[in-house]
Structures are given as structure tokens and as C-alpha cells.
Design a protein around this ligand. Structure first.
Ligand SMILES: [Fe+2]
Length: 574
């Protein structure tokens, strides 16, 4: 059976994912093809075309289209909760009560347009909507490979109405335990504070998390933002996650916090200069998120954790790697699986896998994220020949050895290999690599290309056989979705990838999932003694990750990088 999952339901991160007989064969985000980060307001037309093309499936061979956004009847508690909590904006409250599926209908219209545009045929194919948080939950649980009873957690800004779902999975079925509804949203609260701290929602959350270790969570009491105990929470919509007239406005743009928040905490942070007291606010925000989430997890799925120790997590908040470290450290947790595309891009996988299970297929577990397009060496050479900058290139016989040599000599290297990653992390196929032992390597990469905010630390990829030595745990970490405490000895050996708080967000590389990347790190170990490489995504700031060889060349010539290896081709500048 051929099932296509499409995301794009909530106006950002549209993507497509294709399952053939229970196997995830291709997935990609639209932003990579149209070269527009998060592709806000778009639908995944190019991503759909890629998935079908890659799998050699004709549009009319698609059996089912799964979409992570559902309709809800008039008695659905989420609609009533939303209305009751938004009486300060009566037009919105009434709309939700009397016309609560408006957005659903708009979404369906746009999906139908996409299906006709791509030749799949809106009249022919079966369309199956899946509740947003069930899609998130499925993207984690059904792809985790966990067989035993499993706790499932999904937390994001919001889907249709739900913002948070606690559930459990067994024998391929997901059972709901508890849902929370907008505006009571941990993701929404964190997003509003992200805006207040001067960053953009969807990108800036990582920066708030990176800022937090520099501050003191006890210096300011931000508990007014949210009222919570173990079993429940209520966001203070006098201050955050606000809509309509209650929004703070600046130069015509409305924000998800109120002027009252500004009266209380001071002006919204501007630029990247002033840190005090904002680093402390970030620390408090991170602390509140961890405290509230961990309490709820214990309350709603603690019994399952005590029974099997298995937990799955998705939704945008699951990208909070510090929270994830705390979940792993909970006493009964044996293994946490975070869907690597935890934010809305991953709901394409989630909706499709959910429907596949309902159809009686058995969904295979996810072993890697290399699900996008790949290019041959000949195609890379062709791209060089056609490029306006007339690149100087040579063919390599051993790209891994040559690449490791460049890195060991202290140079950043743009590394383009195999299939593009799905999800926000570059995991060795569309990466910029550097030696984590060379002092000021992070500064060098910043100077040559990334200009990354100092709040976003760089991260390491390391070989499986040295992982336990470095991060002092046997817990798997293939996708950079967790931080771990770095062993004291290693902090000095790889300082460029250790964060302020002594942690690192690691990718543990195995030979089976990425042999060429493994070989490169092994060669680097021979030359430097460390089986570790600094790894950041192949893109310029504000742009999506590189997809094609031409994108790679454009980025290369738009930066001060000196070395680019694409498959078996080395491109250099002089
Ligand atoms: Fe979501």
C-alpha cells in the first residue's frame, strides 16, 4: 500500500513523507526545494514530487493521503475550552463555537489543489485526516521500534485545539490519557517568551535554551506566567500566549505577549547586546518548562515508566534537548525516543504511519533520517561545470581521507554526501565540519559562514565506540535530540563542542547508518586522537539546509569557506 503523508496544516514546515508497505522510503521538507526557511504558508508540492519520483511511484499509484489536521464536532471539549478562555476576544471565541472547522476546511481545499497539481487526483485518492497530536504521537511511537508498553508525550504550540497529549502505546495502538487545549500551551508560553527575548518563534526557541545556562533561574520569579501543579496547568493569558487586541505591538507587528508583560519585566530585548536581566529570564523560562513538563509526565505516564521505562516524545517542545536530558535522567526511564523531526515537518511521517497502522500494515522503525534527494558524482561535476563561478574542482579517490586531512589541518569543510537529512539537524550528509580540538574553530566557522548567534553552541558527531567514554551513558543518541554531561577529561579535549553548562548535544554515528561519515571520523581520529568532529548544518544563516549540488556551490561562493567536498569531488578556492 502506498501512503503519502503531508504536513503544512499549521502554516509552517510543510513536508511530505512516503510509506510503501509500511516502510518510510522518502521524506523531505518543502523549504529545501523552494529555498525559503520554514516555507511559511506554503504546501509541500515540490516535496511530494520528490517523494514519488524517488520511490519510482506514479501519482495515480498513491492509495491514501494522510493529513495531520482533523475536524471536530460541536461538543469537542477543545472548542469549548478555547472559547471560554478567549472571552476577552469575543469574535474569536464565537468563531470557534459556531465555525470551529474553518481552518480544517481551508486546509482540505489546499490539499485537494496539491493533489490535482501533482497528478495524484483529489477525486480518486482516499483522503484521511489525522488529529494533529495523534500524528505527532505516531511519528514518535510507531517509528521508535518499541514493542513493550510505551509512554507517549506530544507537546507543541498547538495543532487544531490541543497543545499537549499524554498517551500510551501497546501493540501498535495509541491510547489517549489526557489532552490540554489552547491557550494552555507550554510551547505557546515558551514561544511567547522567545519573542519577548528578541528572537523569532520557531527558530529562537533554541537560542532561549542556549541562553538559559548563562542566567540564574532563581533571580526572578516568573511563576506568574503559568499556574501549574502535577496534574494541570493554566497559562496566564494576561501576559503570554495572547491574541487580538491583547497583543503587544511594535512597528505594526503583533506579538504573542501583552503590554502588561513589558510593564512587568521591562522592554522587549532588542539586538544581541544587552544580556541582563534577559539571560535570567531565559533561565527561569527553561526551568518552568522543565519543572511543569516533568511533573505532568510523572503524573500521567509515570506508572508506565515504572513498568517498562520506555517513552516517546514529539511536538516542537521535544526539540528542547535540555528537557530531554532531564527526561532521560528520570529514575524509571530506560530509553527515550524523540522523533528527529519533532516539529511539524514530522507530522507528515506521523499522519502516514498512523494511517498505515490502521490499515493493518506493520510500520518499520526509523533507523536514520537520510530520506531526501541524493546526487551522483557526475551530477556534482555537472553542477560545477554549469556554475557561474567556474569552480576549481578535482575528482577524489578517497573523499573521507581527504576530508579528514582538511579538517585535521584546522580548516572548516563543507561536506555534501548521500541523501539529504529530514528534520532540522544535519547529521553528516549536509554538514559543515571542523576539528573540535582546534581552539577558536567555532569562531572560525562563524567568521567564514555561519555568523551564528553566540547562544547557539556547536555540536559534535562522534563514533559509537567512544560515545560512552565521552558522554558517560549507554543511551542511544543518533539524532542530536539530547544533551549529555561530557566527561571531565573530554571537556578539555573537545572544548569547541561543549556548552557553557558542561553538556554536549551529540550525534552518535554508527558504521551501518552512515559508512562514509564514519570513515571520515575514524580517519580524523588517526590524525588527531579524537573520534569526534564538530558538525553544523550546511547553510548560511537564515537559509534552509542545502539540498542540491548547485545549492551547495551557491552557498560556498556566498561564504568564505575554502573547501567543499561533494560526493567524490573536491572544490577549492584560491
Ligand atoms: Fe505540531
Amino acid at each position: 500500500m502506498v501512503i503519502l503523508g503531508l504536513s503544512g496544516a499549521v502554516y509552517h514546515d510543510p513536508s511530505a513523507a512516503l510509506f510503501v508497505d509500511g516502510e518510510l522510503v522518502a521524506a523531505a521538507e518543502e523549504e529545501r526545494f523552494i529555498r525559503e526557511k520554514h516555507a511559511k504558508g506554503k504546501f509541500p508540492v515540490e516535496a511530494t514530487r520528490f517523494c514519488l519520483d524517488y520511490a519510482g511511484i506514479k501519482p495515480h499509484e498513491v492509495d491514501i493521503v494522510a493529513f495531520p489536521y482533523a475536524r471536530f464536532g460541536p461538543l469537542y471539549p477543545g472548542r469549548w475550552h478555547y472559547a471560554a478562555r478567549h472571552w476577552y476576544a469575543p469574535d474569536r471565541a464565537l468563531t470557534v463555537l459556531f465555525n470551529g472547522n474553518r481552518r480544517y476546511r481551508r486546509n482540505v481545499r489546499r490539499v485537494m489543489e496539491l493533489l490535482d497539481e501533482t497528478g495524484i487526483g483529489s477525486q480518486r485518492v482516499r483522503f484521511v485526516p489525522v488529529e494533529h497530536h495523534l500524528a505527532h504521537a505516531s511519528s514518535a511511537y510507531h517509528l521508535s521500534g518499541f514493542r513493550e508498553k510505551t509512554a507517549i508525550v506530544s507537546i507543541d504550540g498547538k495543532g487544531e485545539y490541543a497543545t499537549t497529549l499524554f498517551a500510551w502505546g501497546e501493540n501498535g495502538r495509541i491510547h489517549k490519557i489526557k489532552e490540554f487545549y489552547d491557550p494552555d500551551s507550554l510551547g505557546g508560553l515558551y514561544g511567547a517568551m522567545t519573542e519577548y527575548l528578541g528572537f523569532e518563534m520557531l527558530d529562537g526557541e533554541f537560542k532561549v535554551m542556549g541562553m538559559a545556562p548563562y542566567g540564574d533561574p532563581a533571580r526572578f520569579d516568573l511563576s506568574r506566567l503559568i499556574d501549574y501543579d502535577q496534574s494541570s496547568f493554566r497559562v496566564n493569558t494576561d501576559l503570554v500566549n495572547v491574541i487580538g487586541l491583547r497583543r503587544y505591538k511594535e512597528n505594526g507587528k503583533g506579538y504573542f505577549f501583552s503590554p502588561k508583560l513589558v510593564e512587568w519585566l521591562g522592554p522587549k530585548r532588542q539586538g544581541d547586546e544587552i544580556d541582563d536581566p534577559y539571560v535570567d529570564y531565559a533561565a527561569s523560562m527553561q526551568h518552568i518548562l522543565e519543572d511543569a513538563a516533568l511533573g505532568l509526565i510523572d503524573h500521567y505516564v509515570g506508572d508506565i515508566l515504572r513498568e517498562t521505562g520506555k517513552i516517546c516524545f514529539a511536538g516542537g517542545v521535544a526539540l528542547n534537548v535540555k528537557l530531554n536530558q532531564k527526561i532521560i535522567n528520570l529514575p524509571h526511564v530506560r530509553e527515550l525516543f524523540v522523533q528527529p523531526a519533532a516539529s511539524d515537518a514530522g507530522t507528515a511521517i506521523g499522519a502516514a504511519s498512523y494511517v498505515a497502522m490502521e490499515q493493518g500494515e506493520s510500520v518499520r522503525s526509523m533507523e536514520h533520517v537520510y530520506l531526501g534527494p541524493s546526487y551522483t558524482t557526475e551530477q556534482c561535476i555537472e553542477a560545477c561545470r554549469r556554475h557561474a563561478q567556474t569552480p576549481r574542482w578535482e575528482r577524489l579517490t578517497d573523499a573521507a581521507v581527504r576530508g579528514a586531512g582538511i579538517i585535521a589541518n584546522g580548516h572548516p569543510l563543507a561536506w555534501f554526501q548521500g541523501r539529504m537529512e529530514f528534520g532540522p539537524r544535519a547529521l553528516g550528509n549536509r554538514s559543515i565540519l571542523g576539528s573540535p580540538a582546534h581552539s577558536r574553530m567555532a569562531d572560525r566557522i562563524n567568521a567564514q559562514i555561519k555568523y551564528r548567534e553566540r547562544w547557539r553552541p556547536f555540536c559534535p558527531s562522534l563514533l559509537d565506540r567512544v560515545a560512552e567514554d565521552i558522554v558517560q551513558t549507554k543511551h542511544p543518541s543518533p539524532y542530536m535530540t539530547f544533551t549529555f554531561d561530557v566527561a571531565q577529561e573530554w571537556k578539555n579535549r573537545i572544548p569547541e563542542v561543549v556548552h557553557e553548562d558542561g553538556t554536549a548535544r551529540v550525534q552518535i554515528v554508527t558504521q551501518g547508518t552512515n559508512p562514509r561519515y564514519y570513515a571520515l571520523i575514524e580517519e580524523l581520529e588517526r590524525r588527531t586522537g579524537n573520534a569526534v568532529v564538530l558538525n553544523t548544518s550546511l547553510n548560511r544563516r537564515g537559509e534552509p539546509m542545502v539540498c542540491s549540488p548547485t545549492d551547495a556551490l551557491n552557498m560556498f561562493y556566498g561564504s568564505d569557506l575554502q573547501y567543499l567536498i561533494m560526493e567524490d569531488v573536491l572544490v577549492t578556492k584560491e
